[in-house]
Ligand binder design. Structure first.
Ligand SMILES: [Mn+2]
Length: 223
């Protein structure tokens, strides 16, 4: 028995193989888990709980089936699916987690987070992150038609790719200092379970993790 962590599946209708793999995982390995933690970006885009497409609905049905099987499912917002909300929870049976959060697993405190908040040198991204998490901004966005929201999300995606291509990797990476502060603030006692250091920008293979914590253990999913 184990608690399973996954993240950044970026489920999208254009990549059916990922949906199949996810459904297969939910119906097999995940069924024996003590809990399933999805640490952000389950979906490539999420423009509101009222606008799930067929691919997203299939993933939600899979989650619901796992949750009804008795496996607690937890979902954290990512930088792409930050609009997941109560209706999604109702449909999937999953519970939303705040980011960051310390959970106690098998007697050990574990810090879980999506990781994009640590890209603190990428000021443009952090400004955008703060804006789109404001309740007023979200209310206004969700009041638009699904077609308008889809169009805006598409434009934002293109803008994000252009931004990532234009700024240096070092800027968009997780800030070393942030990792230190994060662990120091919690007296370096906590393991850090994160999908990978910068979910928006996978770290090149073999690069050394930036965490210099004495008693923290950092779990990094290969980019
Ligand atoms: Mn992400």
């Amino acid at each position: 028995m184990a608690a399973l962590f996954i993240s950044d599946l970026h489920i999208d209708a254009s990549r059916p193989a990922i949906i199949d793999q996810f459904l297969e995982f939910l119906a097999s390995e995940a069924k024996d888990a003590d809990a399933l933690y999805i640490l952000g970006d389950l979906f490539e885009t999420w423009i509101g709980d009222d606008a799930a497409d067929a691919a997203q609905a299939a993933a939600i049905a899979g989650l619901r089936s796992l949750a009804s099987h008795g496996v607690p499912c937890f979902v954290m917002h990512g930088n792409r699916d930050f609009l997941l909300a109560a209706q999604f929870c109702g449909m999937s049976g999953a519970r939303l987690l705040p980011d960051p959060l310390i959970v106690t697993l098998y007697g050990e405190p574990v810090l879980v987070m999506h990781g994009d908040a640590l890209c603190s040198d990428d000021r443009a991204y952090q400004r955008l992150r703060a804006t789109v998490r404001e309740p007023d901004w979200q209310r206004q966005f969700l009041a638009l038609s699904i077609a308008s929201r889809r169009a805006l999300a598409g434009a934002a995606r293109v803008g994000s790719q252009a931004h990532t291509a234009a700024v240096e990797y070092a800027i968009t990476d997780v800030k070393r200092q942030q990792c230190r502060h994060g662990s120091a603030a919690r007296r370096n006692r906590h393991a850090i379970a994160r999908p990978h250091p910068s979910p928006r920008h996978p770290r090149p293979a073999g690069r050394r993790p930036p965490l210099h914590a004495h008693r923290a253990r950092r779990l990094v999913r290969p980019g």
